[in-house]
Ligand binder design. Structure first.
Ligand code: ADP
Ligand code: MG
Length: 395
């Protein structure tokens, strides 16, 4: 069912509550380190301003667990947003109550207000109806544009929709459009690239995507577990022993469905994931006892680059190695560059994989970087997203 977007509701002059995802990484001096999520929200905010709306933005940041945490206030996001919009952004230290109501009353058409971190209130994550009602009271219309949280049953995601007409913003619309392509008729060959630390995080999406993809490239800690499940000795590598049976089942299922799963043929190994430690590339059957596999090796990367080059659509989640540590980033960056060079549909989901793409300097050359990893995986698993389901249906 298609959902209404902000193009399909009366907005002129209204007070509009927009759930945004301003959960951005901060520098130690409390400036915004990566403003990708702020930039992603600009089309919706600009559209509302042009229509003379009073724009009330609500977001969470990190996990303050229902308490006020000074370092997790949204002031840095407000300052950066004001620069990006080139207009003042008012920020208050509350998200509900008299201070919030007064601030909204003082807003003129086209002005922007950012409320305080929603998760300072335990009622937000508990989806408390009274808290949702108090948030909704501030506005006439609700716009959901925080793709990163639509898989969550929170007051500002689901609860508010009981009290206000609720529609999708431009970012949410765009995220769903890209991801839907993979579930409907993706250009073929359709390739999945998957890495990251654990198999258990990805079982759902792997099971679901085995029905869709033609090929898969596996790396990261995930590959270690798959290799161990195929009987290889993995030394001191991160192997998820609880998931060995599942990993074996997944490989068999893929084979039955005709999905060609590529596992590494060589790996970069080292005693530990630390800058400057001795490291070398070894074939997967030559893993030293006390060492860990921390990246895919050069031969694997060459093979993966070729597979990526012949794909017409690629979805990537999870880095192929411990790319945060210098010396173990080549596989991840190599895959990022290979995807960037592919003119087809290239979408990256997951906080770490998208961070790696930005660090590799190829973000602009991907079709799309998802602003929400968890939500993207849930969607590709074929599961309903509560924050989307609760929006008004399009006629
Ligand atoms: P994403 O955020 O893209 O979904 P994940 O959160 O699933 O990715 O996984 C990212 C983590 O996986 C990173 O912290 C990275 O260091 C770790 N990782 C990748 N490869 C390995 C490996 N070979 N051994 C241990 N950890 C790994
Ligand atoms: Mg992650």
């Amino acid at each position: 069912m298609r959902k209404k977007t902000l193009r399909e509701v009366a907005l002129d002059g209204k007070r509009v509550l927009v759930r945004v995802d301003f959960n951005v990484p901060l520098n130690p001096d409390l400036t915004v380190e990566d403003d990708g999520r702020l930039r992603a929200s600009l089309p919706t905010i600009r559209y509302l301003r042009e229509r003379g709306c009073r724009v009330i933005l609500a977001s969470h940041m990190d996990r303050p667990k229902g308490r006020v945490v000074e370092a997790l206030r949204l002031d840095p996001a407000a300052r950066r947003l004001a620069e990006l919009l080139d207009c003042p952004v008012r920020k208050i230290d509350q998200c509900v109550g008299p201070e919030a109501r007064d601030a909204v009353e003082r807003l003129h058409p086209g002005e922007v207000l950012l409320l305080e971190n929603l998760r300072f209130h335990p009622e937000e994550e508990a989806n408390e109806p009274e808290f949702a009602r108090r948030l909704a009271q501030l506005a006439d219309v609700f716009v959901q544009d925080a793709f990163g949280v639509v898989h969550r049953q929170h007051a500002s995601v689901v609860g508010v929709s009981a009290f206000l007409p609720a529609v999708a913003g431009f970012l949410l619309e765009k995220e769903l459009a890209y991801l839907s392509e993979f579930l409907s008729e993706p250009p073929r060959p359709f390739l999945l690239v998957v890495g990251g630390a654990k198999v258990s995080d990805k079982i759902g999406v792997l099971k679901s995507l085995w029905r869709k993809v033609d090929e898969a490239l596996v790396g990261g800690g995930l590959a270690n577990t798959f290799l161990a499940a195929s009987g290889l000795h993995m030394g001191s590598s991160l192997v998820e022993t609880d998931a060995l049976a599942v990993a074996g089942d997944l490989l068999r299922e893929a084979a039955e469905r005709g999905v060609q799963v590529h596992l590494p043929v060589d790996m970069v190994v080292a005693p530990e994931p630390r800058e400057g430690v001795p490291r070398r590339a070894v074939p997967v059957d030559g893993m030293p006892d006390d060492w860990q596999a921390l990246d895919i090796g050069p031969q694997t990367l060459r093979e993966y680059e070729q597979v990526i080059a012949r794909a017409r659509s690629v979805f990537w989640n999870g880095p192929l190695g411990v790319f945060e540590v210098p010396g173990f980033e080549q596989g991840t960056y190599g895959v990022a560059r290979a995807m960037a060079a592919n003119p087809g549909l290239t979408v990256v989901g997951g906080g770490d994989a998208t961070a790696a793409v930005r660090k590799a300097g190829v973000a602009e050359r991907m079709s799309h970087l998802c602003t929400g990893g968890g939500a993207a995986l849930k969607f590709l698993e074929g599961r309903e997203l509560p924050g989307v389901a609760c929006l008004e249906d399009a006629p």
